[in-house]
Design a protein around this ligand. Structure first.
Ligand code: KG4
Ligand code: ZN
Length: 353
């Protein structure tokens, strides 16, 4: 998260009283997104150019195509975000950009573009960790959140339980040892012929299915650790499908989808509950693309209500990759004068701590 202070470019003294206008840019995977955010909560514009249709025919994101698409769209997306906000570069306080983790080529397009724009405009650059961005999506509509917070970050690339102690201070309590929850949902969806991205498809098809039709394993629940493992759970589905195919049987896609979704949600909820019990934290933040899942939200709503724990999650559009979450995290970096150096580079394997 760190960066070299460039305080001479911008006087942040008393910045809390000033109007802080952040342009957030996100290009870590397959969405080119930009947003203009004023004072941390006033979202003036938000543009997402999704590449999903382009990658769908390949069944997943093709990195080279993703970088090229970002190059083609970034300038247009940024200009649209500024136009919608009726602002120009001269009105901005800083530009926040995702510099990792993600696809290296995709990240480089955003980082190089943001650097060029910020340098030309004479404003600071803020380097944002994508995972942090997902967590900060919750601050867009809830500035009243009080530390310590617990965050369940579930996306296509990560599954983390995080103790969020203060702005910029994180402790990873548990993480996946193999596949991320979203990755497992995507792989199972692909095997079921449901297309990419799989999470929303599994959710849609599961509505018609019986979640108790198949007993898929709930991995790592017997362990004391707060780590997750979704690879074996995914393999159990694939084995079930292969065995049925060899017997010449056809299984109900909606029953499989509903049963697998239930297994994933059960594990996520159980581990989160344990983290709540161990830390005594009273507010849970849900973040990342899988946080858009309605079964996960509903189950956590019920479980957290029973334990008097406040549950906060962003609207679905701010759960999946977006520029608004990067602008929101950028706002807090700006207040802390945590600016990036002009040498900021893409870090594809960037961790949270
Ligand atoms: O956060 P995100 O947009 O990208 C990463 O940072 O990985 O998350 C994408 C993941 C994909 O695996 C996608 O299938 C999953 O989030 N996802 C969902 C839902 N919407 C997106 N999973 C379950 N239910 C959903 N409604
Ligand atoms: Zn993401």
């Amino acid at each position: 998260m760190g960066g070299i202070g460039i305080g001479s470019v911008c006087d942040v003294t008393g910045s809390q009283k000033k109007r802080v206008v952040i342009l957030g840019i996100e290009t870590s995977c397959d969405e080119t997104s930009a947003a203009v955010l004023v004072n941390g909560t006033d979202l003036q514009s938000h543009i997402i150019s999704s590449q999903i249709v382009t990658h769908q025919r390949y069944g997943g994101v093709v990195p080279e195509i993703a970088s090229r698409e970002h190059s083609l769209h970034l300038q247009m997306v940024v200009q649209q975000a500024l136009d919608d906000a009726r602002l120009g570069f001269s009105d901005l306080s800083a530009i926040a950009v995702t510099y990792g983790p993600g696809l290296v080529g995709s990240l480089l397009v955003g980082v190089s573009g943001a650097k060029a724009m910020a340098y030309a405009a004479g404003i600071p650059l803020l380097g944002i960790n994508h995972l942090e961005g997902h967590i900060y999506a919750n601050f867009l509509h809830h500035q009243d959140l009080k530390f310590p917070l617990l965050a369940l970050l579930v996306s296509g690339g990560h599954t983390h339980l995080i103790l969020f102690e203060a702005h910029g201070r994180y402790q990873v309590l548990g993480h996946t040892r193999d596949d991320a929850a979203g990755e497992a949902l995507d792989k199972v969806a692909r095997t079921l012929g449901l297309g990419y991205p799989g999470g929303p498809q599994i959710q849609r098809v599961a509505q018609e299915g019986d979640a108790s039709a198949f007993k898929f394993p709930r991995a790592m629940l017997e362990s004391d650790s707060l780590d997750f493992s979704f690879s074996g759970m995914k393999s159990a589905v694939l084995n079930t499908l292969n065995s049925a195919r060899m017997r010449g049987e056809t299984l109900s896609v909606s029953d499989i989808a509903a049963s697998f979704q239930q297994a994933v949600v059960d594990v996520l909820v159980q581990k989160t509950l344990r983290a709540i019990e161990r830390t005594g934290v009273k507010t849970l933040l849900l973040a990342g693309g899988v946080a858009a899942n309605s079964l996960l939200r509903e189950t956590l709503e019920k479980t957290m209500f029973e334990r008097s724990v406040r549950l906060v999650y962003p609207p679905p559009i701010f759960c999946t990759d977006n520029g608004a979450m990067i602008a929101t995290a950028g706002y807090y970096h700006f207040l802390a004068a945590d600016f990036a150096a002009w040498t900021l580079n893409a870090v594809p394997g960037l961790g949270l701590v």
